[in-house]
Design a binder for this molecule. Structure first.
Ligand SMILES: NC(=O)c1ccc[n+]([C@@H]2O[C@H](COP(=O)([O-])OP(=O)(O)OC[C@H]3O[C@@H](n4cnc5c(N)ncnc54)[C@H](OP(=O)(O)O)[C@@H]3O)[C@@H](O)[C@H]2O)c1
Length: 324
């Protein structure tokens, strides 16, 4: 089968397409013919060996996919060859076949194409957990989404608006903020040019109820300082580069709750909350919610697709078309 391969750590250009053997099917697992795989920022960190957990080269990047079941392993129930499914793995999705544990694979929610389903799981589960499970978001509350035009960002704006929150999107250009407005953001802050803390306070009055932060770096602290007394801050990632060090007195003086969220371990350790999140997201899809897929690239162009994400160019989600 054809597969993207990281043969040595480095930038996107180190990812090549090779012919490698199919993984085959094993007990408790599902072998999937991959139609599409989405790019997530952690893919770039893994190929550069800058992620929290390492994958040893050579490996196939890609953590989320959609396609059709090719074979089910011993002990797997509820899925049959040919069923449309989507799922996630640590690595291995950017290939014609992927082997995934049965618990990490689910039927495609009705209404989603395979391309959309490939881009749904990681960002939307992260968004829902950040907003609801960790963020305790209520309708009418002000939520600030940093990196709002990116993958996690667009999903977070989309879910928050659909849950009745008032969304302030922060992104690095007016064009990127337009994408957020189309997803339901009530206000936008161009944090490359405007004062983030001051603008949040101008828009939200008392301050934000919740900040969802997939960017970190120099944006985390001004956003935290613009939270109201008793508000919440959920740390999701550090796409900006630096992991911020926050003066704890800001947290104390305003009685702010700071939460961390790592989807990989949440899915394993919080199965009930994850089932609730999946159910809520399936209902939102039934109501018309669709992932903001902005670019689709062929597997042969995987390095160029990864480069675009590294260069901060796309909005929403970038998808690799593997086998339509
Ligand atoms: N906690 C979890 O379980 C979890 C799950 C998924 C992803 N993540 C993390 O969340 C972050 C975002 O992931 P994603 O897939 O949404 O990535 P993405 O689509 O590339 O979006 C990241 C956004 O961050 C902004 N950004 C600011 N400074 C940047 C820089 N120096 N380089 C690149 N982007 C920069 C960009 O928007 P502007 O140009 O508009 O600023 C970009 O749209 C990553 O750190 C990822 O590791 C965490």
């Amino acid at each position: 089968m054809r597969a993207a391969r990281c043969e040595q750590y480095g930038g996107p250009e180190n990812v090549v397409v090779r012919d490698i053997p199919s993984p085959g099917v094993t007990p408790g697992h599902v072998l999937v013919d991959v139609a599409a795989a989405a790019v997530n920022y952690p893919d770039l960190l893994l190929i550069a060996n800058r992620y929290q957990v390492s994958a040893a080269p050579p490996f196939t990047p890609g953590s989320e996919f959609a396609g059709r079941v090719a074979a089910v392993g011993e002990g797997v129930t509820g899925l049959s060859p040919g069923d449309p499914v989507y799922g996630s793995v640590f690595t291995g999705a950017m290939a014609e076949q992927v082997l995934a544990p049965a618990r990490a694979v689910a039927p495609v929610p009705p209404g989603l194409s395979l391309t959309e389903a490939a881009a749904f799981r990681v960002t939307y589960l992260t968004a829902y957990h950040a907003l609801v499970t960790a963020g305790d978001l209520r309708p009418g509350q002000w939520v600030v989404v940093l990196g709002a035009a990116g993958g996690v960002g667009t999903a977070t704006v989309d879910v928050a608006a659909r849950l009745g929150a008032r969304v302030i999107a922060a992104a690095s250009s007016p064009e990127r903020l337009k994408v957020c407005a189309a997803l339901g953001a009530e206000a936008g802050i161009d944090y490359a040019r405007e004062d983030l803390k001051q603008r949040i306070r101008e828009i939200a009055g008392d301050g934000a109820d919740l900040v969802v932060d997939p960017v970190g770096d120099r944006w985390a602290e001004p956003a935290l300082r613009a939270i109201r007394w008793g508000g919440r801050f959920v740390s999701v990632g550090y796409a900006g580069g630096d992991i911020p060090r926050i003066p704890l007195n800001i947290v104390l003086l305003k009685n702010i709750t700071v939460r961390g969220l790592e989807l990989r371990t949440w899915t394993e350790r919080l199965p009930q909350e994850t089932a609730r999140a999946r159910q809520a997201l399936t209902e939102l899809v039934a109501g018309g919610m669709r992932p903001a897929v902005s670019e689709v690239h062929d597997l042969a162009d995987v390095a160029a697709a990864l480069r675009r994400v590294a260069d901060r160019l796309p909005t929403g989600k970038v998808v690799i078309r593997v086998k339509p």
